[in-house]
Write a protein that binds this ligand. Sequence first.
Ligand SMILES: Nc1ncnc2c1ncn2[C@@H]1O[C@H](COP(=O)(O)OP(=O)(O)OP(=O)(O)O)[C@@H](O)[C@H]1O
Length: 349
Amino acid sequence: MAAAHTAAGEPVIVFDSVSREFGGKGRVVRAVDDVSLTVHRGEVFGVIGFSGAGKSTLIRMINGLEKPTSGTVTVLGQQVSHLSEAKLRPLRTRIGMVFQQFNLMTSRTVAGNVNYALATAGWPRATRKARVAELLDFVGLADKARHYPEQLSGGQKQRVGIARALAAEPEVLLADEATSALDPSTTGEVLSVLRRVNEELGVTIVAITHEMEVIRSIADRVAVMDSGRIVESGPVYDLFSNPEHAEGAASFVATALKDRPNREEAARIRARTGGRLVTVSLKDSAAVGRVLGHAAGYGVEFEIVHGGMSATKDSSYGVLTVALNGDEQSVQRFIENLGAAGALKEVAA
Ligand SMILES: Nc1ncnc2c1ncn2[C@@H]1O[C@H](COP(=O)(O)OP(=O)(O)OP(=O)(O)O)[C@@H](O)[C@H]1O
C-alpha cells in the first residue's frame, strides 16, 4: 500500500484565531471561541472535551462543512474557510472522515460501500476492484466483502467506515467520535486500525472524542476544549502525567481521568488511614519505587491508596496517591525526597 510513516512534518491544518457562532440576534452561541492550533503532517492530533464543548464544530471546519464566523482555517495549503463549494470538492477527496454512527449504506455490501466511495472520487472502474480488495485486506475484513452492514459487529462496521474513508488515498483522516458507539472490546480493534493508518500509511489524523482512552492510545498531541476554547494543549504524555492543569482542563481532565481521589474519596481515605495524603505523578516509575522503598529508613509508613500505572502510545506514566504516617518531620523529609522523583501535590483536606 501507499507511503511509509512520515515523521511529524510541515503544518497541514492551521486554525488562526477561529470563532464560530450560531444563532441570531437574540441568543448567540459561540461554539468555537478564538481557537488557534496547528496539526503537523504525520501526527495524530486529539481534541477532547465534554459534550457541547465545540469539538464537532471544530472538526467540521477542517473539511469546510462549517465556515468560521471569524479567523481562517488552512488545510493542505488552502484556505478552506474562503473556498467555494466547487473548489472545496477536490480538497475534500484529500480528507477522509469517519463518523460515530458509521454512516454506511445499508443496501450495499461491504465491498459496495467502499467501491461507491472510489466511484464518487472518480476512480476508473478498472482500478476499483483491486483497490477495494486492498482496503478490505488492510482493515482485516477481506472475508466480509459480500456481507451487508447489518451482518457486522459495530467494530467491523467502523472498520468498513475507515476503509471507505481511505479509499481515495487521503492525506488527512478526520475521526468524529469514531469509537463512541462501540463497546470497550471493539473500541480496541478500531483504535489499532487507526494507529496503523497513521503509522503504515502516513496519514495525518485528527480525532475528536470525549474518551480519554482514545487520546491515550493513539494521539501524539491533544487539545482540551471547554466552552469553545482550548484550555490546555500539548503532548499527550504531558497531559496525563502532569498534576497541574488549567482551570477548565482541570475539571475535564480530573473527571475523565479519575486519576486522583476526589474530595469525598479523600475524606474517606483520610478517616481510614490518618496521616498526610500526597499524589505523585511519575514519569519514572523506578525512581518513585526506589524512594517508596526507603520509607522505613525515614521512619515513615506508606500505603498506596489510589491510582496506578498506565500507558500512552509511546510510554508509561503513573499517578499514585499515598498516605504517609510517621512523625511530622520525618514525613516532611520523605515528601521532599518523593518530590524529587516525581511531580508532587498534596491532596487538599
Ligand atoms: N447548527 C447549530 N446551530 C445552533 N447551535 C449549534 C449548532 N451546532 C452546534 N451548536 C452549539 O454549539 C455548541 C458546541 O457544539 P458541538 O456539537 O460543536 O460540541 P461537541 O463538543 O462536538 O459536542 P457533542 O459531542 O455533543 O456533539 C453547543 O452549545 C451546540 O448546541
